[in-house]
Ligand binder design. Structure first.
Ligand code: SF4
Ligand code: SF4
Length: 254
């Protein structure tokens, strides 16, 4: 399958084509894109932000997120909630810029690129494509700094985010099959799924109380990693969701 057939007309993946872009405090539009922003938060974004802020995931979700009906008819979308002072700024915006810069969410990091994955079965693994967006208000395009999609992704430390977001995409795809059919939205299955995806600290307590890991064959190292790292617990949670709702998972029952 040729790349041209994969995308709607007019959307050309960048490939190795260079483009000019730079965002820094000296641009005239500095922080304009952090106001009245529609920002989707993915599970890994929440994990990074709550840790950066030194709060637990439940508190983060209560203070900084809102849950809306998005493009998945069977699972809600989580958005960043904006300040309610009439300006609608990102709550992490300060006069100096982004106060959580090292931990800023995926969409902030990826801009001005957009990423698409090709999961056609004849390919060995997901192939990623980047597209260049161009908003009139963004003057970063006028900066004379040449880069490529690959170099930009590296400079924004996006690879780690992309890795976890790909795991999330798989789970989101599962949720689109309405695995809680009959139970309805907001039923026990969907609430469990929401906790695993967006309240990792709640899931840690839940898994401990019910001794969930004890049901599966896991090496000592994996158990240790899950105990120490939210990322590993999130990966376990995703596999557990696959196990519960499809029976197909890397987890093996004892
Ligand atoms: S998280 Fe940071 S970069 Fe993203 S919108 Fe908020 S202030 Fe801007
Ligand atoms: S609008 Fe563009 S150049 Fe301006 S701050 Fe946002 S990303 Fe940077």
């Amino acid at each position: 399958m040729s790349e041209e057939k994969l995308f709607p007309e007019g959307m050309e993946p960048l490939g190795k084509t260079p483009f000019t872009f730079s965002c820094h405090p000296g641009v005239s539009c500095f922080t304009i894109c952090c106001r009245k922003v529609d920002l989707v938060l993915y599970p890994y974004d929440v994990l990074r932000l709550k840790r950066a802020l030194g709060i637990n995931s439940e508190e983060f979700m209560r203070k900084f997120s809102r849950v809306v009906n998005g493009d998945n008819p069977y699972f809600p979308t989580v958005m960043l909630s904006l300040t309610e002072d009439g300006k609608g700024d990102c709550p992490f915006l300060t006069t100096e810029g982004c106060s959580v810069y090292e931990h800023r969410p995926t969409d902030c990091r990826t801009y001005p690129l957009e990423r698409a994955l090709d999961r056609t079965p004849d390919r060995r693994g997901p192939n990623e494509f980047y597209f260049l967006t161009h908003h009139d208000y963004c003057k970063g395009h006028d900066e004379n700094i040449e880069t490529t999609a690959r170099a930009y992704v590296r400079s924004q430390h996006l690879d780690q985010y992309n890795t976890y977001n790909e795991l999330w995409t798989e789970i989101d795809t599962l949720f689109r099959t309405n695995p809680w059919a009959g139970e309805g939205a907001g039923g026990a299955g969907q609430q469990l799924a929401f906790m695993i995806c967006y309240n990792i600290d709640g899931f840690r307590s839940f898994a401990l109380e019910r001794n969930i890991l004890a049901s599966f064959k896991l090496s000592k190292q994996v158990r240790r990693d899950i105990a120490l790292h939210d990322e590993e617990l999130m990966k376990f949670g995703f596999e557990w969701l696959k196990f519960l709702f499809t029976g197909k998972s890397s987890l093996i029952r004892k």
